[in-house]
Design a protein around this ligand. Sequence first.
Ligand code: FDA
Length: 391
Amino acid sequence: MQIDTLILGAGAAGMMCAAHAGGRVVAIDHAKAPGEKIRISGGGRCNFTNLHCTPEAFLSQNPHFCKSALSRYTQWDFIELVEAHGIAWHEKTLGQLFCDVSAKDIIAMLRGLMQAAGAELWLETSLVEVTRDGDLFRVTLERGGRRNSLVTRNLVLASGGKSIPKMGATGLAYDLARQFGLRVTETSAALVPFTFSDQRFAPLAGVSLPVRARAGSGSFDEAMLFTHRGLSGPAMLQISSYWQEGGDITVDLDPEARLYEALRAKRAEAGRVNLTTELARHLPQRLVDALPEHLGLRLSGNLADQSDAALQALCDALRGWQLRPQGTEGYRTAEVTLGGIDTDDLSSKTMEARPCPGLYAIGEAVDVTGWLGGYNFQWAWSSAMAAARAI
Ligand code: FDA
């Protein structure tokens, strides 16, 4: 059997590409259903894009690489597509767009588009082997215990990254990229909670508060959540993409820098109020109780007992809490994989491999990783469209 395009992986990028590539297209996936990560994303409502999607929200060895695809298929294009299919959506926070009803609506839309385009979807199908034969690829697949061969002009690597192996993530795209002469940058788990060796935050598990979190060049004002294993919440997931193993993270517990003036004002008005009582009006009580242990602070006396210098020192400590995580929860819970197929070996306009014409790489398999908040799906849609238009 000869086809025009074989797409390996029927996730977000693979389905989007299959729906728009034209010609005879087959998308295969070893899973029982397509788009499983779409289904579970955004708490079942899929944070499918972000209103503020710009190249600055993406990490890559080449930060310019994502610009072309993102500008030629934008968040507005995907919103138009979603609306044309009658999928109602809402903005939750920070430009993050979610389905009103279910992430399954996005999967149904993509399946419908594939069907309308005549693209085939072969589930529970795995790749046995692929070889190059002139301008073509010869592929052996295993489907329902049977092997079949096909020949294709274009081969699209859309099998994602390594995050959540339980959901079927494999290193297939990286292996094939290497087989055809492309480089793969170092990969690591990203958008992932931090762990601490001594479970020191277990007594605070469940406490959440807005912070400014920093690691490397990343700085995010979002919520932080204490867990039994360490630190999570959007602020921590975001900076995990910027954190280097063995390095520190910095947490600012007073991101709006209001505490010092607030404590001084309260001291002037009611100096007999206990310092910890007043702090608990600004920070969660359980955290205030744990501050002496974690930040080495002595929180005794009334507000009237505190000099300006003492209040300033307290606020400085709260604003610059340095922590050294033991590690992260790894690929087991990571939302994405940082790194991947080296963008130097791909055309930013078409996603075609320079060393191997006819080979394309899209989505998370490529060394382009977005922030939390719908950016990774937008990269899947945009990179898929770049390849589909070129095919
Ligand atoms: P994706 O992983 O979607 O698809 C790859 C496909 O290839 C899968 O169907 C897999 O089964 C298949 N495959 C893998 N290996 C194979 C093999 N050897 N043989 C055959 N098939 C194979 N992003 C976002 O923007 N907003 C959000 O709300 C969320 N939420 C979220 C929640 C959770 C829990 C996770 C884990 C991730 C997110 N993400 C997210 C990230 C987002 O899911 C991710 O960036 C995209 O799904 C990437 O799309 P791809 O198509 O590249 O890979």
